[in-house]
Design a protein around this ligand. Structure first.
Ligand code: FES
Length: 574
């Protein structure tokens, strides 16, 4: 078979001034001249940063990847891209997901890269890297950083995020002291790695594995487990072969792959954030995927992974139980996996997970004994959300899935903060908390404030859940009967903007209905009076964001980034 000329040879292959220039400068790093002989050049796209604690161990992990690349006959070249740390970035790391994806896309296209290893970990580092690589359509493989070890506090196992929400509520209700709260700090995050609940980071690691973008088993191996290093080494080996096979990301990210990921999300009780990210992925590769597909493919799937925030365990137990292959194997056995979907190792997903063992049926339950009968993401429609809204049934309270209540309205997050602790707030457990102006444009980045805390006076009475509705997102580690991503958002004049204090709202999850019980004439009157909020930013990146961000039902990508622009070699300029 004739050897295919690789992309990188447009830089390194010439016996002329340009070839000299490209090779000469690279050789200042000590590379012998023969490494530019036409072997695959593998970009190692690293989101290491000390400001992204979940990815702070990535320099060592990158070295493992490089070992594999060298061994397989490739040339590994590591490069940094914008790293989005969920725990530190303000107002929210999501504000920068699309920006980081541009960094990834343009870094790949502008450089002599034939294939890329995407080093993903903290929540937004996974989608930003996948989106960027998808728009270039080069061979790409994900190695995740892996979850932290379980948190442990006073003999109790505690999970990232989920324990923080619980402790915060307990402190606000006066059940634990401030000192007890502070003592839990170092007990929660006690090893390298990302959040170890089934939050957004773990969910996205499962999503890339279900999509076929990583080697089997990638999602669950703890960050500090030596098998994570082994997998990184194997990932380095594999990307070299993928370049030889021209196994580009568009061959992996097919509609079948998305259907598998949606079902996997239902089975694991995954984060609602995955809805937005996967819609954005599909947009980048031109796969027609809609919000309704989430309901269509996820609805009949049972949640069988008993992990926090929906269940009891954490990622460490999930790995010991068999990880995602064990889950996908069960889906396959029940006809809920498209087994033909191709994956990065060159095998189909069905071949990869056939007979994958399950070592702990408490953590990964039998299909006949699910955690939630109908998992998945419920996509709601109605006059309050004409373009859809989502709710995660596995994290919601069964008694609130059908509920009619009066709205307590917060015009924005500041309004919420100013009112929620007021003992005179007219609210009881049957009320519905409505938060406006926290969608993609209203609160640029669509902050994770949808699971707004309950009023202290209800918490003190032992109330732990209420129906909450907003155009915001919610942390993957959060729980509750929370309607999110209401589209169109309030800041665009969507019906959410028209809700007033005391309006009746009806939620019926089974019927997938969210209804504002106000007659149409009254709504038209309110619409006529509605004034769009002033955009918070008139210049800089945030003004670009507000101008170009799409609504949640389209993945909140930028309108000008949707689509695949390929990896055509930019022309030489010197
Ligand atoms: Fe990084 Fe949760 S803060 S994954």
């Amino acid at each position: 078979m004739e050897k295919r000329k690789l992309r990188s040879q447009a830089w390194f292959g010439g016996q002329d001034r340009d070839g000299f220039t490209h090779r000469s400068w690279m050789r200042n790093q000590g590379f012998p001249g023969d490494v530019f002989d036409g072997r695959p050049v593998i970009g190692i796209c690293n989101t290491w940063s000390e400001l992204t604690p979940c990815n702070a161990h990535f320099r060592e992990l990158a070295q493992r990847v490089k070992n594999g690349v060298w061994e397989a006959g490739g040339l590994p070249l590591e490069f940094p891209v914008t790293s989005l740390g969920e725990s530190n970035m303000r107002p929210t790391a999501m504000l920068f997901r699309n920006l980081a994806s541009m960094d990834v896309e343009e870094s790949i296209r502008a450089n002599p890269i034939d294939g890329v290893v995407l080093m993903c970990g903290c929540d937004k580092t996974t989608p930003s890297l996948v989106m960027g690589a998808a728009s270039c359509d080069v061979p790409a493989i994900v190695i995740s950083g892996g979850p932290m070890l379980n948190g442990r506090y006073r003999g109790e196992v505690i999970g990232s995020g989920t324990a923080v929400w619980r402790f915060t509520d307990a402190m606000r209700a006066g059940k634990i002291s401030k000192q007890e709260f502070m003592d839990a700090e170092s007990c929660l995050s006690r090893s390298p790695g990302h959040c170890m609940t089934m939050g957004t980071a773990s969910t996205m690691a499962c999503m890339v594995e279900a999509l076929g973008l990583s080697l089997p088993g990638n999602a669950a191996i703890p960050a500090v487990d030596s098998r994570r290093s082994e997998l990184a080494h194997e990932t380095g080996r594999r990307i070299v072969a993928m370049v030889h096979e021209d196994l580009r990301i568009s061959k992996i990210l097919t509609r079948k792959a998305f259907q598998n990921a949606i079902r996997a999300n239902a089975a694991i009780g995954g984060s609602t954030n995955a809805v937005i990210h996967l819609l954005a992925f599909a947009g980048r590769v031109g796969v027609p995927l809609t919000l309704d597909d989430w309901d269509r493919y996820g609805r009949d799937v049972r949640t069988i992974v008993d992990l926090q925030p929906s269940g009891r365990f954490l990622m460490e137990e999930f790995y010991y139980a068999g990880g995602l292959p064990a889950v996908l194997s069960k889906l396959a056995q029940h006809g809920q996996l498209d087994e033909d979907a191709l994956t990065v190792n060159g095998h189909t997903i069905g071949e990869n997970v056939k007979d994958a063992p399950n070592w702990n049926t408490e953590v990964i339950r039998d299909y006949e004994r699910p955690l939630v009968e109908s998992g998945g993401i419920a996509v709601l429609r109605g006059n309050l959300c004409p373009d859809g809204a989502v709710l995660k049934p596995s994290a919601a309270s069964p008694n609130l899935m059908r509920h009619r209540g009066r709205a307590v309205v917060f015009e924005n997050i500041e309004h919420y903060k100013a009112r929620i602790d007021d003992p005179n707030l007219a609210v009881d457990e049957t009320s519905i908390l409505v938060l406006k102006n926290c969608g993609p444009r209203g609160y640029p980045g669509m902050a994770e404030v949808g699971n707004m805390g309950l009023p202290p006076k209800l918490l003190e009475r032992g109330i732990t859940d209420m129906v909450r509705i907003s155009d915001a997102r919610m942390s993957g580690t959060a729980y509750g009967t929370v309607v999110l991503h209401v589209s169109p958002e309030a800041a665009l004049g969507g019906p959410l903007a028209l809700v007033e204090e005391g309006d009746w709202i009806e939620l019926d999850v089974e019927a997938r209905r969210l209804h504002l019980d106000v007659d149409e004439a009254e709504l038209a009157r309110r619409q006529a009076k509605w004034i769009a909020p002033e955009p918070a930013f008139k210049s800089g990146y945030q003004s670009l964001y507000v101008k170009h961000v799409l609504q949640a039902d389209r993945g909140a990508d930028f309108d000008f980034l949707v689509g695949c622009r390929g990896h055509e070699i930019p022309r030489e300029s010197h």
